[in-house]
Structures are given as structure tokens and as C-alpha cells.
Design a protein around this ligand. Structure first.
Ligand code: ZN
Ligand code: ZN
Length: 165
């Protein structure tokens, strides 16, 4: 979606509302499609005292298996994108500035990197997920298994034998 910023840079318009969705459902992250639901972006581009600023809130819904128990989990979160838009750079810091030389803002391109950077590197169904038993695969959130008892150090088992007498 292209946003025409000319009226803002010309000072004719003070604010342009932005409300759009980005379909990133085809993006593949090592075989997992994390963004099954469209990313929603709302906010404004505001012109204030000759400075044009984009102020957006992105709402992301991530669907992925839990890192520990592999249960499919959906988590939503939102984050902000705030950046000054300039038509050219004059030895200025570029991190918080985006150059729109033709006064058109490609919203998809503008938000894309920030959305990818916002994706969680760790993904858990809950912070205290117990995961799966490495021996039998039992989901330890649902029930305990009996593997731990069987895995007693053989030396300790021998000692236990001795102490019995
Ligand atoms: Zn889990
Ligand atoms: Zn087990």
C-alpha cells in the first residue's frame, strides 16, 4: 500500500490516518508459517512544524509450536514503529529516519523489517512449560511419567543394595 505524503510535506494536511493489514502468511521460517493471521497496522503520519513523522502500532499474532512441548500455540503482541520521514538526508542519523525521496511511503516495505525483528526467538506455550520427557516423550504438563525413577545412577543403586543389609 502506497501512502502519498505530498500533502503532508506541503503542509496542507496535518495528519494522515493509517489502518491496514499485511498478509505475511506465506513467509516461511524454517518450515513454519508463523504469521497465519494478517499483521494489523494502525496509526498516523503527522506533519508538525515541518517535520513528518510516522507513528504506527503493529499487532502481530504468532502461531507456532511451543519450543519445549511442541503444542501449537497462538500469541499476540503489539509494538510501535515511530520514525521521522525525510525527503533527503543531510548528514543526519539514519536509524530513526526513513528517506521518502518521491514523497510516497510504501507501508509494506516500511513495516516489514520491524515486524520480522519483533518475532520472538523463544516461543513457549507458557513460561513454566515443563516440556516433554526426553526418554518417553510424555507431555509433563499433562502428567508425570515414571522415567525418573528408572534413571537412578547404577552406582547409587548398588549403594542402596548395600545399605539394605
Ligand atoms: Zn509448552
Ligand atoms: Zn518419561
Amino acid at each position: 500500500m502506497l501512502l502519498d505524503l505530498k500533502p503532508l510535506f506541503a503542509g496542507k494536511e496535518a495528519s494522515l490516518p493509517v489502518d491496514f493489514s499485511m498478509d505475511l502468511s506465506d513467509l516461511d521460517f524454517s518450515g513454519i508459517k508463523l504469521l497465519k493471521s494478517p499483521v494489523k497496522i494502525v496509526g498516523n503520519v503527522i506533519s508538525h512544524a515541518g517535520i513528518v513523522e510516522a507513528d504506527f502500532t503493529c499487532r502481530v499474532e504468532v502461531t507456532a509450536p511451543c519450543d519445549r512441548c511442541f503444542k501449537e500455540t497462538v500469541k499476540s503482541y503489539s509494538f510501535k514503529i515511530s520514525r521521522t520521514l525525510v525527503t533527503n538526508l543531510e548528514n543526519e542519523d539514519t536509524d530513526e529516519m526513513t528517506v521518502v525521496s518521491d514523497m510516497k511511503l510504501d507501508l509494506n516495505e516500511f513495516c516489514y523489517d520491524d515486524i520480522l525483528l519483533s518475532l520472538p526467538t523463544k516461543f513457549l506455550c507458557s513460561d513454566d512449560c515443563k516440556g516433554l520427557c526426553p526418554t518417553c516423550g510424555q507431555d509433563l504438563n499433562k502428567a508425570m511419567c515414571s522415567c525418573e525413577e528408572k534413571e537412578i545412577d547404577p552406582r547409587l543403586a548398588a549403594l542402596a543394595e548395600l545399605l539394605k543389609d
